[in-house]
Design a binder for this molecule. Structure first.
Ligand code: URP
Ligand code: ZN
Ligand code: ZN
Length: 472
């Protein structure tokens, strides 16, 4: 009989329910979820006592840039480093991006990036990215879907890097609709941002401490409205990344009520941190797009965690280091954007919302595990504890309290945006594909590589995923 792991007496939490149970893992999968104390024992069975712990599906981070090149900078990590950091934080699947540099072909870039998944220690899926429309794009999209890449990111900003025209976004969205794919769009209207950046530069407000002035909320609102209108007119699904204002969440929620299939992602730093950090000693460390917003905005955005208007919580992980950030801090237009976050996504959201504000655990799992899996074509393989799913399980200690220090984390950078923050709740044991990878803070990787996960074509009935009452 193959070696089994039995997790005993924990509280198993899925997006729709929780129950005391034993979870049986074998051959890389979840084999059974049975009454507490009734899981098998004896030779060949590794028993883990989860009494007083939550047994959660491994986290799925729907927005994670690994070794990301933008402008003059490449973020510091590779797949090994990014996935190691992910699993230490309870995330067992990442969804990375294959973003072409100017002149590169999206399909080629996706093939290269997909091959890197084997350098990781947990599984990874991929969003492709289209920057320019041309006659080869429809064929490339078909091949991408055949390769198991069904989501395609497009940017309404970053001129000269990855910005796509509205026309390109519209045409890609139309093709994807017919292929079972979905456009994933970064919404900030570039014309508004460039005008604002020019004004800021003229008045000497272009350094990192003025970042928030250079990218106003109205730029995000404008692009969200335009992009939703495209999806609505095409009857195409849409995933809006890193929504940072309640006004944008509301536009998406209203579209859902009209029957548009639109998902709203928010990322951990927009839900927790605010723009007062730009007045602190290290404003450059917090330069990301969209910028951190005001405390009032953060509080309003957080309502979406409860009311269902936020569909997923990602990290938007970009592993730049302080030296990279400092080198151009005098001009945000040249800075590397993005914050390192894959490791702390689950702990900070658990601590802030579940422990701090009473968010139901099921909703935490829905936001951080189940819906990210579902909208990325990975359901019911990932994001759920049930027989047949991959053996990705996190044993979560809800009482462990820690002070976050970057030197104790595993990301390939020298800072965390959460430095000095006290968090309660921590992943104690992390199991990936049926093998224990993190055991009370120690990596026990046996050399088994991560896999490139093929996403299944998407079949959405509505844009509102919750409540998730049964496997699809
Ligand atoms: O600031 C950010 N978010 N950088 C990463 C690229 C992107 O826009 O997602
Ligand atoms: Zn983005
Ligand atoms: Zn991003």
């Amino acid at each position: 009989m193959a070696e089994q792991i039995v997790i005993r007496n924990g509280t198993v939490v899925n997006a729709w329910a929780r129950a005391l149970a034993d979870v049986v893992l074998a051959d890389g999968r979840i084999r059974a979820v049975v009454e507490p104390g009734t899981g098998p024992g004896g030779p060949g069975v590794t028993e883990i006592d989860a009494t007083g712990r939550f047994v959660l599906p491994g986290g799925v981070d729907p927005h994670c840039h690994v070794g990301f090149t933008s402008g003059a900078f490449t973020s510091m990590d590779n797949y090994r480093q990014a996935t190691e950091a992910a699993v230490f934080g309870g995330t067992t699947t990442i969804v990375d991006f294959a973003i072409p540099r100017p002149g590169e072909v999206p399909l080629d870039v996706a093939r290269i990036q997909q091959a890197k998944a084997a350098e990781g220690i947990c599984d990874a899926a991929l969003h492709a990215c289209v920057v320019e429309w041309n006659d080869t794009v429809p064929g490339q999209l078909r091949e991408l879907v055949d390769m198991g890449i069904v989501t395609v990111k497009m940017f309404t900003t970053y001129r000269g890097e990855s910005m796509a025209s509205d026309e390109a976004i519209f045409k890609v969205m139309r093709e994807l609709r017919d292929l079972g794919g979905m456009a994933v769009v970064h919404c900030e209207a570039n014309h508004i941002i460039e005008e604002q950046q020019d004004r800021c530069a003229e008045s000497g407000h272009i350094a990192a401490e003025f970042h928030t002035e250079t990218r106003p909320p109205i730029a995000e609102t404008a692009a969200v409205a335009t992009t939703i209108a495209m999806a609505e007119s095409l009857g195409a699904p849409l995933y809006l990344v890193h929504q940072s204002t309640v006004e944008c969440l509301t536009l998406a929620a209203e579209a859902r009520r009209r029957g548009v299939t639109v998902f709203s992602e928010s990322v951990a730093h927009h839900l927790i941190l605010d723009d007062s950090l730009y007045d602190g000693p290290h404003p450059e460390r917090y330069v990301c797009c969209p910028p951190l917003r005001s405390r009032a905005e953060v509080d309003e955005l957080s309502t979406g965690v409860w009311d269902g208007s936020i569909s997923t919580i990602g990290s938007d992980h970009c592993c730049y280091n302080t030296e990279q950030k400092l080198s151009t801090r005098h001009d945000v237009r040249a800075m590397p954007n993005g914050l390192p976050g894959v490791e702390m996504r689950m702990p900070v959201i658990f601590s802030e919302f579940v422990v701090g504000r009473g968010l139901p655990l099921e909703r935490f799992v829905e936001l951080c595990c189940a819906t990210p899996a579902r909208v990325n074509g990975l359901w019911p393989r990932k994001g759920v504890i049930q027989p047949g799913a991959d053996g990705d399980v996190v044993i979560w200690d809800p009482h462990q309290t820690r002070v976050v220090h970057s030197e104790e984390l595993h990301m390939a950078t020298d800072y965390t945006p959460y430095e000095g923050r006290t968090v309660t709740g921590w992943p104690e044991v992390v199991i990936v594909n049926g093998r224990v990878l993190v055991d009370h803070g120690t990596l026990v990787h046996d050399g088994t590589p991560g896999r490139a996960l093929p996403a299944a074509p998407l079949k959405f009935l509505t844009g509102r995923v919750a409540p998730l009452v049964a496997p699809l």
